[in-house]
Design a protein around this ligand. Sequence first.
Ligand SMILES: [Zn+2]
Length: 550
Amino acid sequence: MAPPVRIAALGGLGEVGMNCTVVECDGRIAVIDCGILFPNENLGVDLIAPDLSWLEERHAQVGGIFVTHGHEDHIGALPFLLRKVRAPVYAPRFALELLRNRCAEMGIEADLREVKPGDARDLGDGSPLRVEFVRMTHSIPDACALALRTPQGVIFHSGDFKLDETPVVGRAFDLPRLEALGKSGVRLLLSDSTNAERPGRTLSEAAVAPGLEEVFGRAEGRVFVACFASNIGRIQQVGQAARAEGRRVALLGRAMDQNVRLARDLGYLSFAGWQGCSLEEARELPPRELCVLTTGTQGEPRSALARLARGEHPELRVDPGDTVILSSRHIPGNELAVGQVVNDLCRRGAEVVYEGGPRLHVSGHASEDEQRRLIRLLRPERFVPVHGEYRQLSRHAAHAAAEGVAHRHLLLDGEVLELSDEGARVLPDKLPVGRVYTDREALAGEDMGALVVKDRRLLAEAGLCTVVLVVDKATGAVVRGPDLFAVGVAGFEGAEAELRAEAARALEELSPGARADVAEVQEALRVAVRRFFRKAGGRRPTVLPVVLEL
Ligand SMILES: [Zn+2]
């Protein structure tokens, strides 16, 4: 009897983002991708990661982490996982280099191993699982699907894909390999559901060239183009449209800079020798000769595009007569933020070209026809839709039914599908799953609770000092204080009287107007106390001023 194989997602089923799938057989575990989710409501956090505690508890069993491509919703939480799980990471080239940069920035040691399409790797320790990378097409270079050879047959994970015959950068998807896998038999297909609700097929990346040429052809001022920094095919086409009009290209923003440099180093991107220009050169160029590539298509308020729109960018300006192209589609939930940026750009007199105009964007995900074509090519016995909200998963399952796939399983995060000699079943017990709200600094830290931990660390290093002042609400006169209390502050004891005098002096120096303002009084107390500790030996306790009005 062949051992059973269990498949579950720790994220990505029922939401678009934080994709992470685990496959377990004979006590060994393969992890497929480990991404983040961008919050689209204002939670006061940068990003959301899947709860990875199930994997962390089984770190010794993880034999390999397999990365399909380099988008943040597939690799963004990997640095965190790698703090706890020391398994080799197999990734295609572009994703690998992005990961290498990220791990270096965060000071994480990782065993990163490059794979090429066609390569297969196993989990070591005699595990019967073997994972083959299959070339696909998507909106980032080197996207791959995975064919897992298991004792229960081949499990095919599509990764994110579209079936693009003319992808601009890199080669088309590996049709012969897909056909061969289909002929030899696929037990289970897990496939990208993002665009299951879109009929027809997604256009090729090459289809945006005419729209770009049209807009570049009629632009009189500067042309700003915003797109995803990892969409190298798009960037290449913007470069070509700019070159045809004699425009030089400046890069604005760190992500754009990093991705373009990487793509050029890898030979995926070519601009004419004269074409690149620095921001200093860009400021001197006549508007008619400049194209600026940047990010911020989702309305992110701190992005270069949003700052340009508000007139707050330190390097460049958008002026009347300039053209701004949003080469993207906004992600649902970001409408308000994108609308704000477009409003601000229009107010500056720019022509803004976005959804609804000439074609300046195509999706990176397969629509219904391509999803069904992949099913026909692979002819799987069973089907699990992945990468989507529930309505997209359920529509994709319907497409599979229409293609004659007899067994479909609509799984959500944590539900475990077991393949065995008897067939397949969803196990009664779920894996623990959840969301961890965090920020980039916390991701680099030792612990996921690091937002709180950061405050605690500051307190642990230098302690807490509170200054309490009671004032008369009507007159503003001091009724009591300033009184000082400290926890864990070295040297506080002997200096209490001096500190009190220092705080009182700061109060006296305030103008009558400032004294009537609680916020001003608090700030004056905070500054005075901090200054005192800095002078008395460079200590930096957290200072908490409290002003009570009676
Ligand atoms: Zn993707």
